[in-house]
Design a binder for this molecule. Sequence first.
Ligand SMILES: Cc1ncc(COP(=O)(O)O)c(C=O)c1O
Length: 428
Amino acid sequence: MEGEKSRELWEKALTLFPGGVNSPVRAAVKPYPFYVKSGEGPYLYTVDGERLVDYVMAYGPLMLGHKHPKVLEAVREQLERGWLYGTPTELEVRLAEKILKYYHPDGMIRFVNSGTEATMTAIRLARGVTGKKYVIKFDGCYHGAHDSVLVGAGSAAAEYGVPMSKGVPEEVAKLTLIARYNDLDSVEKLLRKHKEEVAAIIVEPVIGNAGVILPEKGLLHGLRKLASEHNVILILDEVITGFRLALGGAQEYYGVKADITTLGKIIGGGFPIGAVVADKKVMEHLTPSGKVFNAGTFNAHPVSMAAGLATIEVLETGEPYRVAREAAKKIVEALDEAASRHGFDYTINHVESMFQIFFVKGEVVRPEDARKSDRKLYTRLHEELLRDKVFIAPSQMEAWFTSGAHTIEAVDETVQAIEEAFKRLREQ
Ligand SMILES: Cc1ncc(COP(=O)(O)O)c(C=O)c1O
C-alpha cells in the first residue's frame, strides 16, 4: 500500500533511524510502512487518508481497541493532575490490588516500563532468590530485548535472522539453556545435566512470537511439576496472554500456577508498562526490601496506571472478551474456508482472541514448524489484505489479535477481504 505522505516520511525516517524505524517489525511493511494519524475502535487512519481494519492492535496491548472512551477519560483526568511525580500515587495501589487478585492474591508486584524490563527483572530475581545461574528458555519464544533472552529468540529476532543477537557475549549467552517447546524431555535433560545450577524456566504459556503456538496437553502442568521437583522458579511470561486469554491469563485458562508471572501490554491500556508478580517471599528480595536491584524513573507511571486500571475495569464486564472471541472465531472460519477452497496447504492455530495461519503441510507444534512454513506466501497474504485495507502483522512470526472493538461491520469487511485476497493469491 503506497501513499505520498507516508513515502515522504519514510524517506526522512531512513536518514534518522536505523532501518527507518524504532522497532524492527515495523520495517516489514513494504514498500514502506504507512504512517498513522489516528486510531479509533478497530480502525487505524493513515496520514494518506486510508482507513484500515487493524488486527495488529499494537502487537497486543489494545484489548479494548483504539481510543476506548473509558481509557481516554481516565488518561485525561490524570493529565489534568500532572503526569509524573517521582513519588507514589493512589493509582498504583489500586492497579496492584486489581492485578494481584487475578494472578497472586497474596503476592506482591513491581511495576516497570516494558515487558523487556519485566522479564529482565524476573530472571535477576530468580537468580537472586536461588543463588543459581542458568535459565532454561525455549527455542522461538520471545521475552524482550535483553541479553539473557536474545538466545534462540522469536518475533522480530527470528524474522531478521538474529535469534542470537550480536553483542551478547558468549559468556552471557551460555547461561541461557535452550529447550524445545512442547517437549518436556528436552527440559528434563537440561535440568539433569545442570543439576543444582538452574535458577529458572521461562516460557510463553502460549507462544505469540512464532506465530501462535499452543501448549500441548500436559506441557504447562509438566513444567510446573519439573520446576517444583528440581527447585527451579517457573516464570510464566504472560506479557501477551495476561488479561487476553482471560482476566487471569493463561494461568486461569489452563489452570496452572507460576512462581513468577511477567505482565505487560494490556495492563497499561496502551501506555508503556511491565510488571513482575510473585509471592511475597520472592518479591521481598527486590530493592529496597531486598538485595536484587530494580529501579526506574518511570516505574508505575501515573498515566499507565490510570489507563491500565480503566482497561481492566472494562474487561471485568466480560463483554470485550465475548466480542473479541466472536470476531476471532469468524475470521478464523473465513481463513479456513478460503484457504481450503483455494487448495492451499495450511494450518491455523487459535486460542481466544489470538491466532495465526501458517502455509505448511501438517501441524505447527513448535517454532521450528513455523519456520518451515511458506513465509513468502504469508507476506503476500499480508500485502493482499493491506490492498483491501486490512492490516495484519507483516511477519509470520507474530499473531493476529482481535479486541472488544472488533464490530460485526469490521469483521464482515475483513471476511470479504480474506476471500478476495486468497483468490488473488491463487491467481498469481
Ligand atoms: C511474551 C513477551 N514477553 C516480553 C515481551 C517484551 O515486551 P516489550 O516489547 O514491552 O518490551 C514481548 C513483546 O512482544 C512478548 O511478546
